[in-house]
Ligand binder design. Structure first.
Ligand code: FAD
Length: 398
């Protein structure tokens, strides 16, 4: 339940990191507006349900309403290129993701591709018909995209995917099965990575085509698998799903390069420090059950949070200034995830199921244990940490 938002604790972190000083006034104003909205929309709300929750723990209906509000308040599309967005800095995406994640908003788990990855992919490679149909509604918070990349036998090695796109008289027919399709249960559209049978003679990385298909079109099945925390994660089946030429992203066969560029951007925003700061402030909250923490634990917690914040903002600003490196998005992801993990483990070690600030009995989803379990799972989102470390290592020696 969201009875308490330890905003003061977080201000302390910001001052310690000195990070917001160099953000311009518009960005600081944007952050304050998103923060105020989250506090207002989420404080005291208990929309988490046992049977119908998405992986961030909120009910689907509440998530949909919340997304509409983000659009209505003009929080979406600041960094998307014109005319679909305002063409501003990617730091707006980072600030938005940071605030949503810190406040544990429905779309704020760092996993919502609709906010992170998909707009970039669409605006850089969608056909004009697709963009004209989709983007105005997207900006209004009425579109949610599920990313259909991973398959049961194609995760880190995504080029092993077997979902097939076959050329037909009126476009393509797509068949296969995707797993871990975050948010597909409330998605309006899916981006589907396929092996394109027109290029069966090519090397596998050069034979991938990406499509955008409506999530409710004939042949799409959304199945919900339950996770360790009781929330659901979607699996998507595709049986002879029809896609038109204008629903192809980029050139046919060019899917791999589009997708890897998009994932780098997604990792950068996934590297936002919101989750780490949330964990640190929960650990430090004066009324938490963690008062037994020693000063050394408190210092360790603060240090991890500051490190994650400094890393993600500095490296994103470097990217913005054109001096970023290929390894930066992976570094942000690794440092953030490891820091969050350390803090969650500390919190689990030092806390019990706490009812602080809530009226009724504590629920599982309020507990340190719930966070620990949920985030065990998050460690693999957008690629396992071993793979990200390999990207960093390769870039350092190249
Ligand atoms: C919360 C969550 C959300 C997700 N959302 C989406 C989504 O929206 N859309 C989507 O398409 N996918 C999504 N995924 C899938 C995610 O991208 C994959 O889980 C990830 O790419 C890893 O693939 P895998 O699970 O098959 O693990 P595997 O590829 O089997 O890897 C298992 C472990 O082995 C390690 N490993 C693999 N290869 C190597 C290697 N060569 N060297 C060293 N170590 C290696 C990995 O780092 C990992 O630790 C999500 C996953 C999670 C957990």
């Amino acid at each position: 339940m969201h009875e308490k938002f330890p905003g003061e604790d977080r201000d302390l972190l910001k001052v310690a990191a000195g990070q917001d000083d160099w953000l311009d006034a518009d960005l600081r104003e944007f952050r304050a507006a998103v923060c105020d909205f989250c506090v207002q929309a989420l404080t005291g709300q208990d929309h988490r349900t046992a049977s119908d929750e998405d992986i961030s723990g909120w009910s689907r209906d509440f998530g949909r309403e919340f997304r509409h509000e983000l659009g209505a308040r003009g929080f979406l599309g600041r960094s998307w290129p014109q005319p679909y967005g305002d063409g501003l800095s990617i730091l707006y995406d980072l600030v938005l993701a940071d605030e949503l994640e810190f406040h544990e908003a429905p779309a704020g788990t760092g996993l919502d591709s609709s906010l992170l990855h998909a707009p970039y992919l669409l605006t850089s490679s969608g056909t004009s018909r697709l963009l004209a149909e989709l983007m105005p509604r997207y900006r209004a918070g009425l579109v949610r995209i599920g990313l259909g990349y991973t398959e049961a036998e194609a995760g880190s090695d995504l080029a092993a995917l077997t979902t097939m796109a076959r050329r037909s008289s009126a476009g393509y027919l797509i068949s296969g099965e995707k797993v871990f399709t975050s948010g597909a249960e409330s998605a309006t559209h899916l981006i589907v990575a396929t092996r394109d049978d027109q290029f069966s003679d090519r090397e596998r990385h050069a034979a991938m085509t990406l499509f955008v298909v409506p999530a409710d079109c004939d042949g799409v099945g959304i199945h919900l698998d339950r996770t360790l925390t009781g929330a659901v994660h979607a699996r998507v089946t595709l049986q002879n799903v029809r896609a038109a030429d204008w629903e192809v992203l980029g050139e046919p066969g060019d899917g791999w390069s589009l997708l890897t560029r998009g994932i780098a951007r997604e990792r950068a925003v996934i590297g936002n420090p919101g989750m780490v700061e949330l964990e640190a402030s929960e650990l430090l909250a004066p009324d938490a059950a963690t008062v037994s923490c020693s000063p050394a634990v408190v210092v360790a917690g603060l240090t991890r949070a500051i490190e994650a914040r400094a890393c993600s903002y500095t490296l994103t600003a470097a990217e913005e200034a054109g001096v970023g490196t290929k390894r930066d998005p992976s570094m942000m992801q690794v440092i953030k995830r490891e820091a969050a993990r350390d803090l969650q483990t500390l919190r689990l070690e030092h806390s019990q199921l706490s009812s602080a600030g809530t009226e009724g009995p504590p629920t599982f989803s309020d507990s340190a244990e719930w966070h620990w379990l949920r985030d065990l799972y998050y460690l693999y989102a957008a690629g396992g940490l071993d793979v990200s470390r390999m990207v960093i290592g390769r870039d350092l020696v190249s």
